[in-house]
Design a binder for this molecule. Structure first.
Ligand SMILES: Cc1ncc(COP(=O)(O)O)c(C=O)c1O
Length: 484
C-alpha cells in the first residue's frame, strides 16, 4: 500500500515531447538505422520510455533516495547482514583514476600497481584466515562456497576417493546446502542443540568416509561461538573429510582467533559484511576464499605470482579447477577491502571485533528484560531476542515491532530467523555505532512495547509504503510499463 508521500512513477510523471536534454539540430547527413543493423534486429517502434524534463528526473530520484533507509542515514541492526558504516575514504580511493581507468585486457606489465595491491590483499586475508593460499576471484560469498566445494571435489578426485556428501548444520545459511548441491554433492543436515551448537551425537551418526566436507558458520547465526569446533574439526579430519568455515561472521573474531587455527581447511570472506564492501543492489560483490596448503593447487586461475619485484598472472596450473569469474574478480570491491585492512592494521582489526562484540553485549543487556535472549546473557557480534512474551501478553508480533521501528527512524532487525527462536528478532548493532544510538534504540523498543496494539498492527505510518505483501513482491515483481 502506498500513502500520500509516495513518489509517482516516472511513467506517471511523463508527458509526450518533454525532454531532459536539448540537442542542436543535426548538421550531418542522417544514416538510417537499417543501413547499420539487420532488419530483424530492429524494433518496429521506439521503446515507450518516459519523457520528462531534467528537474523532474532529478527530483524523482532524489526523493526516492530520501525514502530509502540506508546505513548512511539510519541505524541498521539487521542481524546476520553486518550493516556497518563503510568509511567514505575507501570509496574515494577505489575511484582514483589509477584504479578506475585500468582495463582488464591491459598487459600485466602495465598493471603492476594493481597486482601488487591484490597480492597484498591476499597476504592480509591469508593472515586473518590462518590459511596460506587465497583466491580473490569469487564474486560473492555464495560463489566462494561453490568454488571451495569444487576445490574439495577436485581434491578427492585426485585422491581417488568417492565422497558424495556435504554436511551442514540445520542453522546453516541457505547458500551452504545450495552451493553443495551445485557442486554435485548430496547435502545432509546435522541437528543443532537448543543453544544453537552442533549436536555432537547427530554429527557422529552422520559423519562417515562418504562425507567430503562439513560446512559450519562460527560464530553462528545465533551469535554464539561453538567451542566444540576443535573437536568437530578433529572428527571430520579423522575420517579424511574437510572442514569449511563460512566466514560471514568474521566481524566477530578478527585478530582474536583464526579459522585455520581452529581446524578449517577452507573458508570464504564476505567483504560487504567485514571489509567495507558496498551492500545491496545485487552487487558488486566479492567472496575471496582462503585454503590450506594441500588445496592450493586447485585454486582458480589466474593466480597472482610474484617473481622478484614483478607480478604476473599465472594460468598454467594443471590441477586448477579453472576460471570461476572473468578477469581478476570484482576489483573495485577488493580495492576497498585492501584500503580498509591497511587503514586498520592488525591492532585496529582486533578492536573492530572487540567493539562489535561489546556493542552487541551492551544492547543485549539493555533489551533482555523485555525481549529475552534464549541463548543466554552473552553473545558474540549479534543476538537473537524473542518477542514471544509480547505476542502472548499483548498480541503484538515481532513483525509489528520491526515495522513500528521504521516510524522511529530505525531500520528493523532481521525477524523470524532463525526459526529456533519464537518471534525471533536478530539484532546486530556492529562496532560503528555509538552508545547514544544503542541507548536510543533500546528505549524505542521499550516505548513500542507500551504502545496500543492497534497502532502497532498497522505500522509503519510514516513511510511511503506501509505493509507490502512481501512474498508477492518477491514472487511477482511488476515488470510492465505504461505506454502512451
Ligand atoms: C552465513 C552466510 N553465509 C553465506 C552468505 C552468502 O554471502 P553472499 O551474500 O556474499 O553471497 C551469507 C550472506 O548474507 C551469510 O549470511
Amino acid at each position: 500500500m502506498r500513502n500520500a508521500r509516495a513518489t509517482q512513477l516516472l511513467f506517471e510523471l511523463a508527458r509526450p515531447g518533454r525532454r531532459s536534454a536539448q540537442l542542436p539540430a543535426c548538421d550531418v547527413p542522417e544514416v538510417p538505422l537499417d543501413d547499420l543493423l539487420p532488419a530483424e534486429a530492429l524494433s518496429p517502434a521506439p521503446p515507450p520510455l518516459p519523457e520528462l524534463s531534467e528537474p523532474e528526473l532529478v527530483r524523482h530520484f532524489t526523493n526516492l533516495s530520501t525514502q530509502n533507509m540506508s546505513v548512511d542515514t539510519h541505524f541498521y541492526p539487521l542481524g546476520s547482514c553486518t550493516m556497518k558504516y563503510n568509511p567514505k575514504r575507501n570509496e574515494r580511493l577505489a575511484s582514483l583514476p589509477g584504479m578506475i581507468d585500468l582495463h582488464p585486457y591491459q598487459p600485466s606489465a602495465t598493471l603492476q600497481g594493481l597486482l601488487e595491491l591484490l597480492d597484498g590483499l591476499q597476504q592480509m586475508l591469508a593472515e586473518i584466515a590462518g590459511l596460506p593460499a587465497v583466491s580473490l576471484q569469487p564474486a560473492a560469498g555464495a560463489q566462494g562456497e561453490l568454488t571451495s566445494l569444487l576445490i574439495a571435489a577436485a581434491h578427492f578426485r585426485t585422491l581417488g576417493q568417492k565422497r558424495t556428501k556435504v554436511l551442514t548444520p540445520d542453522s546453516a545459511h541457505g547458500t551452504n546446502p545450495a552451493s553443495a548441491a551445485m557442486a554435485g554433492f548430496d547435502t545432509v543436515q546435522v541437528k543443532s542443540t537448543p543453544a544453537g551448537f552442533v549436536e555432537m551425537e547427530d554429527l557422529a551418526a552422520k559423519l562417515d568416509d562418504s562425507v567430503a566436507v562439513f560446512m559450519i558458520t562460527n560464530p553462528n547465526t545465533l551469535g554464539m561461538f561453538d567451542r566444540q569446533i576443535g573437536e568437530i574439526a578433529k572428527r571430520v579430519h579423522d575420517l579424511g573429510g574437510l572442514l569449511y568455515l563460512d566466514g560471514a561472521n568474521m566481524n566477530a573474531i578478527l585478530g582474536i582467533t583464526r579459522p585455520g587455527d581452529f581446524g578449517a581447511d577452507m573458508m570464504h570472506f564476505n567483504p560487504h559484511k567485514t571489509f567495507s564492501g558496498p551492500h545491496g543492489g545485487g552487487g558488486p560483490g566479492a567472496g575471496p576464499i582462503a585454503v590450506s596448503e594441500a588445496l592450493a593447487p586447485y585454486l582458480p586461475v589466474p593466480v597472482i605470482v610474484r617473481d622478484g619485484d614483478r607480478y604476473e598472472l599465472e594460468y598454467d596450473r594443471p590441477q586448477s579447477i579453472g576460471r570461476v569469474r572473468s578477469f581478476f574478480g570484482n576489483v573495485g570491491v577488493l580495492v576497498r577491502s585492501y584500503c580498509y585492512l591497511r587503514t586498520h592494521g592488525p591492532e585496529g582489526l582486533r578492536r573492530v571485533s572487540e567493539n562489535a562484540v561489546l556493542n552487541a553485549n551492551y544492547l543485549l543487556s539493555k533489551v533482555k528484560h523485555i525481549f529475552p535472549v534464549p541463548q543466554g546473557d552473552r553473545c558474540m557480534h549479534e543476538f537473537v531476542a524473542s518477542g514471544a512474551r509480547l505476542k502472548s501478553d499483548r498480541g503484538v508480533s515481532a513483525m509489528d515491532v520491526a515495522k513500528r521501528l521504521l516510524d522511529y527512524g530505525f531500520h528493523a532487525p532481521t525477524v523470524y530467523f532463525p526459526p529456533i527462536v519464537r518471534e525471533a528478532m536478530m539484532i546486530e548493532p556492529t562496532e560503528t555505532e555509538t552508545k547514544e544510538t544503542l541507548d536510543a534504540f533500546a528505549e524505542t523498543l521499550f516505548r513500542i512495547t507500551e504502545e496500543p496494539p492497534d497502532l502497532l498492527c498497522e505500522a509503519p505510518h510514516t513511510t511511503s509504503i506501509s505493509r507490502p505483501d512481501e512474498v508477492r513482491a518477491a514472487r511477482q515483481p511488476v515488470m510492465s510499463w505504461r505506454a502512451e
